[in-house]
Design a protein around this ligand. Structure first.
Ligand code: PA5
Length: 441
């Protein structure tokens, strides 16, 4: 399903970069398999494509069908790991213009992923008087951004449909036992889906967190899980031929050779949000204890006309990982008898041929400019290909975290802003801290 070309790392990292890490990779793979490494309590995602809750999976499909029948709009409320995966997959498989398309499935809007008043007001206007449902997603059930958004959309639903009617349109995805949202969902009688205890937010796209909104968009989630399952089975076989081992070793060697930024590039505009998901996955997993590659992303060829300059000649601190999908269809460049633009040497050629040469030329230019390149090639974008890629990146991330000797499954740094925000908002219990912060501001 996936091929990995690491030949453009030659000369940037020692030749034995993989063999020299073989033992550590084997240990890392073992820790992921038996949940014995740092953060092992959060490695439920490793076997998830096979060991998921089948009863809940069917319920997700039924709930998606109900939402599709009942509503013209689904508002998905969540932030971070409770948001990015669903949006990434919907945009990659259905298009960033999904809501603009003629379709049988509801429009899907994402809320609760920020605190912008303008964005909220705009969303309320976009929903208008259309029928809508809400999927509130929060593992902790206490995150401020989604909690505030849920207050608003819950009140809107209750005003429009009454309390009983609203109950039929609210789906809560949260912890199976704890948290304010769990308590509220139980009390109000919302349909509930579970964020498994052993799966952290950024690894949760293949749980109900991602699957319900993705299914509402009409994506075949069985195919998505099937692709992930194929990756799981292939990557569980350890050794130097394992593509995840190879990529994780290369990333680690590049980091040790002074490349501090990994730039994820793709030539598909649909990939933009997938890169956002990938950035959270790697940024939160590796960026701690003063260590970690900084995950950044670009969309080519568009960004070759903006960030291209820096990549070619700026600080030599990055390497590039290019994700390349085979095109789904074909488009042939038309002839112009007048050849006004001088482009007739391309007449009759597929646009994909031009894209391919752009990619090859760019890789060579960047490598010449001191930017090592990793090329990941995949078949045309489909649910199973995307499922495979999700698992591939998750698994490489787990291995990479262990190579770096950090816990890839915690995120202690995310708490700092939350504490300050609570104190400044006047949350009970934070009074002393508030005075201290106000004095500093
Ligand atoms: O990866 C993570 O754990 C975070 O990004 C969380 O998903 C995010 O903070 C949202 O948390 P919650 O689902 O508890 O509202």
């Amino acid at each position: 399903m996936l091929t990995l070309n690491l030949s453009k790392l030659n000369g940037f990292i020692p030749e034995d970069y993989l063999v020299s890490r073989q033992e550590k990779l084997a240990q890392a793979a073992q820790m992921l398999a038996d949940h014995s490494g740092p953060g092992g309590d959060f490695t439920g995602w490793v076997r998830l494509p096979q060991d998921y809750d089948k009863e809940e999976f069917s319920r997700i499909q039924r709930a998606a069908a109900k939402i599709q029948k009942q509503s013209k709009v689904l508002v998905v409320i969540g932030i971070g790991g409770s948001y990015l995966g669903a949006r990434a997959v919907i945009e990659l498989l259905c298009s960033p213009h999904y809501n603009l398309k003629q379709k049988e499935t509801p429009d899907i809007f994402f809320a609760g992923n920020g605190l912008s008043t303008d964005a909220l007001l705009e969303l309320i206007q976009l929903i208008g008087d259309r029928d809508f449902s809400v999927n509130i997603i929060s593992k902790s059930g206490t995150t401020t951004e989604p909690a505030v958004a849920f207050r608003i959309f819950k009140a809107m639903l209750e005003e429009k449909y009454g309390k009983e009617g609203a109950k039929e349109r609210i789906y809560a995805t949260t912890d199976k036992a704890r948290g304010a949202l769990k308590g509220l969902a139980d009390t109000e009688g919302y349909e509930e889906f579970v964020v498994p205890d052993d799966v952290g937010g950024r690894y949760s796209v293949l749980t109900a967190v991602g699957l319900l909104p993705i299914a509402v968009a009409g994506v075949d989630i069985t195919q998505l899980m099937g692709g992930a399952c194929q990756a799981m089975e292939e990557l569980a076989v350890g050794g130097l031929d394992n593509l995840a081992w190879q990529y994780a070793a290369a990333r680690h060697a590049l980091y040790q050779a002074g490349k501090k930024v990994e730039l994820l590039a793709c030539y598909e505009p649909n990939f933009r949000f997938f890169a956002e998901w990938w950035k959270q996955l790697y940024g939160e997993s590796e960026g701690k204890e003063g260590k970690g590659l900084f995950p950044a992303s670009v969309e080519f060829t568009a960004d070759l006309h903006s960030m291209g300059q820096y990549i070619q000649q700026g600080e030599r601190l990055m390497f590039e990982t290019v994700v390349k999908f085979a095109p789904k269809g074909e488009f042939t460049i038309p002839d112009d008898p007048a050849n006004v633009d001088g482009l007739n040497f391309l007449s009759g050629k597929p646009l994909a041929f031009v894209a391919e040469q752009a990619m090859r030329g760019t890789i060579l230019a960047h490598v010449d400019g001191g930017v090592p390149n990793v090329l990941v090639e995949l078949p045309a974008i489909s649910a199973s290909v995307v499922g495979y890629l999700i698992y591939f990146f998750e698994y490489v991330c787990g291995l990479s975290g262990y190579l770096l000797e950090v816990n890839p499954f915690d995120q202690p740094g995310v708490e700092a802003y939350k504490k300050n925000m609570f104190a400044l908002l006047g949350k009970p219990g934070y009074e002393d801290m508030r005075a201290e912060l106000e004095a500093k501001l």
